[in-house]
Design a binder for this molecule. Structure first.
Ligand code: GLA
Length: 713
């Protein structure tokens, strides 16, 4: 330790974040990057004077939690208005403590205090050693006489020093989620944010990649991957300052959300979760995947159920007989479960279209006269489990619920309403409404303890922004509503810890790592065209493990063969949403075999390490593989999308195998009447050969695919 500068070291197995406590007691980021060998070198970090020279009044930049009104003229992490109207804060170090939670997890808390106003900030860092993941958030509290107004409340601010910065964002819309695009960052700001309130990630997902020195690449280069655990409005600000340094501020979007914080109340910001890799995005993604399975995802280590969903197969048009038929088809396919989608509820306003009935969670007596228990029983008879769809955060303007509780919907009392998908969002800032939403699940589960799965949808952004409950505190709606949602998620998980649940928001409009504490998986997109899915799944795979990503075989893109559609779904958590009786006999047989093989290979696909081998963004093909932990088994998925005629065919070098082992290569998922035309089918190669020389799997066929099982001998 240097006498004048103390350092706080926050590290994982391969990363260090070093924070310097200056003599002024302000704290600065001194280092963030690959792990340093010697703590004795820390004093030399001071030579680069991050945060300005000691004692100088112009100590600008690199402050860990800079607040409004100080000498740093760029975006602050925090902004406040005190009781006396003053709008400045400077936080100084009070103390810090580190505790070891287990062999892999450590938590460091840094206590800061404004020396002029009674405002305290706690910076919390939780590190996951092996996975090289750092989670960080802040806790803000004060003891002023009256509430203070906080107008910025970042979870984290990080600094990077490089010649060039490249940001990869994941934007899109309904049916076009997680489209990746990369741009250089120059002086000034680039902001990624949403203001949708709920279904908030419809236009942009709450994560980003940063390439330092060069655009992020798969297998080489320095990259940062960051994401916010918040399913409401989020904001990432990337600002290149006058010195050419990049500042990254992550947190809740403060848009229309000046928050009044009562004395002694604590404002806890959402978790910002990040990793840094010196070997490109592939390694960084694997950090996230392993960490999510080990620590964050609901039942991250558990199994996942294959299923047949009736949404695309029937939409709202079904009755008991039709559902029984589909249950039979689920059994025929060999999947674990039948999932009943939208349309099963509402009586005064039957849910026969998306225009009415949300909120009235009583079974529709006309379509399903014997109720849900009867369906659960029928599924049991057919030999499959039963899952059900709900959208409990929403309310239709045509519903009994709104007639009974007109003040439960978020809507303006004095303007014409605007409806998105003919619905409104329930006001989850209201604890009574939270009870109601919890009750939707609880009632279903109490009546039907054998329900094996919930699909929880959320189809509307918040429109007509006015909470009847918050009255004069409308500025807290976006935040309090989302906290209310999470509160219900928590209650559901507490009471039903083993219930698998799918997060859905008109497709992938909600996919954040806070929600995924309470959900086992999420629906990536309503777009199940396998060609589009290749890109969508590539995008989400940057942050989420295959186990969390639901992919179903449907009728979208009928030009694609059943095989191609199955092969694309099989690289994630596979399901079906299609009438099997419309398939040819050989297609049915193919699907049955594919389901069997998938169940056998789930431990590799869902729990193995993922290697993205060939990018659809860079070629007319895509390839991805999974290898299990002891490298005894791998599965390779290779897709030809729209290759050009006469295109130079590339071969694939595998990754993640043991060079010393011998592996047998076998093509699976071959149509029943066909034989594999893979030249290497049935042959054995060393891991060394497969990783250095290659496999020849691509073709110039349109929408052609191969699934290859690689087994150590
Ligand atoms: C959303 C979901 C679909 C389906 C419909 C039902 O669009 O993404 O999968 O459940 O709602 O209305």
């Amino acid at each position: 330790m240097n006498a004048q500068n103390e350092f706080i070291r926050i590290s994982t197995n391969d990363l260090d974040l070093v924070i310097r406590i200056a003599q002024s007691k302000r704290i600065y980021q001194a280092y963030l990057g690959p792990k340093l060998m010697n703590e004795s070198d820390f004093k030399s970090l001071f030579v680069s004077l991050k945060g300005g020279s000691e004692g100088s009044v112009s100590a600008r930049g690199w402050e860990v939690y800079p607040a409004s009104g100080a000498e740093d003229f760029f975006e602050p992490a925090f902004a406040i208005q005190h009781n006396d109207g003053n709008m400045t804060s400077i936080f100084r170090y009070v103390s810090h403590e580190s505790k070891t939670i287990d062999a892999n997890i450590k938590e460091t808390v840094i206590y800061l205090k404004d020396d002029v106003y009674p405002v305290d900030v706690k910076l919390v860092y939780k590190t996951f050693g092996k996975e090289n993941i750092i989670k960080t958030w802040t806790e803000i509290t004060h003891e002023e006489k009256k509430p203070v107004t906080i107008s910025r409340y970042a979870s984290s601010m990080l600094y990077f020093e490089n010649t060039d910065y490249f940001l990869t964002e994941f934007s899109g819309d309904w049916a076009m989620e997680a489209r990746m695009s990369t741009q250089p960052l120059h002086f000034g700001k680039k902001i990624l944010e949403t203001k949708l309130g709920s279904r908030a990630a419809m236009h942009v997902s709450p994560f980003f990649e940063l390439g330092l020195g060069q655009p992020a690449q798969e297998n080489q280069g320095n990259v940062v991957l960051g994401t916010l655990g918040w399913s409401g409005n989020f904001q990432f600000t990337f600002e290149v300052d006058n010195a050419g340094n990049l500042r990254v501020i992550s947190g809740i979007n403060p848009y229309a959300s000046n928050y009044e914080l009562n004395p002694k109340e604590t404002f806890v910001t959402p978790e910002f979760i990040f990793t840094i890799s010196t070997e490109g995005t592939g390694k960084a993604s694997r950090n996230f995947h392993t960490w999510a399975r080990n620590y964050q995802l609901k039942d991250g280590k558990g199994d996942r159920l294959t299923l047949l969903n009736n949404w695309e197969a029937t939409y709202f048009d079904f009755d008991e007989a039709k559902l029984e038929d589909i249950m039979g088809e689920a059994k025929m396919l060999g999947v674990d479960m039948f999932l009943l989608d939208d349309g099963w509820f509402g009586n005064k306003y039957p849910r026969n279209s998306a225009t009415q009935g949300l909120g009235d969670w009583q079974v529709n007596k006309e379509k399903l006269p014997h109720g849900i228990p009867f369906l659960v029983e029928k599924a049991k008879e057919k030999g499959v489990k039963f899952g059900i769809w709900i959208e409990p955060e929403m309310i239709s303007p045509k519903s009994e619920l709104i007639e009974k509780h007109p003040d439960w919907a978020i809507r303006l009392p004095n303007r014409e309403p605007y409806y998105y998908r003919s619905q409104l969002v329930l006001d989850l800032s209201n604890p009574k409404v939270q009870d109601f939403v919890f009750g939707v699940v609880d009632n279903l589960m109490t009546e039907n303890p054998d329900i094996a799965f919930l699909k929880w949808d959320c189809n509307s952004p918040i429109t007509n922004i006015y909470s009847p409950y918050l009255k004069t505190k409308q500025n807290q709606l976006y935040i309090d509503h989302n906290r209310g949602v999470v509160n219900v998620f928590q209650r559901v998980k507490e009471k039903y810890p083993n219930l698998p649940m799918m997060l859905c928001a008109g497709g992938g409009g909600r996919c954040d790592y806070e929600s995924l504490k309470y959900f086992t998986e999420f629906w990536c997109s309503d777009n199940t065209d396998p060609v589009e899915r290749i890109y969508i799944q590539w995008g989400f795979s940057q942050f989420f493990p295959a186990k969390a990503m639901d992919a179903h075989v449907t009728s979208w893109n009928s030009r694609a063969s059943i095989k191609f559609r199955v092969d694309v779904a099989m690289m994630c958590k596979m399901g079906f949403d299609i009438r099997t009786h419309e398939m040819k006999e050989n297609e049915q047989k193919f699907c049955q075999q594919a389901v069997q093989d998938y169940k056998r290979l789930k431990p590799v696909i869902l729990d193995g390490d993922q290697y993205r081998l060939v990018s659809p963004y860079e070629t007319n093909h895509m390839a991805v593989m999974y290898a299990n932990e002891n490298k005894s088994k791998a599965v390779l998925f290779a897709y030809d999308i729209h290759p050009r005629m006469g295109e130079k065919m590339m071969t694939i070098k595998l990754q993640g195998l043991d060079p010393a082992k011998q592996y047998k290569v076998e093509e699976i998922n071959v149509m029943p009447e066909r034989k594999s035309n893979l030249r290497s089918h049935g042959q054995t190669f060393s891991g060394d050969f497969l990783m250095k020389v290659s496999l020849d799997v691509f073709t110039t066929g349109q929408m052609n695919s191969k699934v290859i099982e690689v087994t150590a001998q």
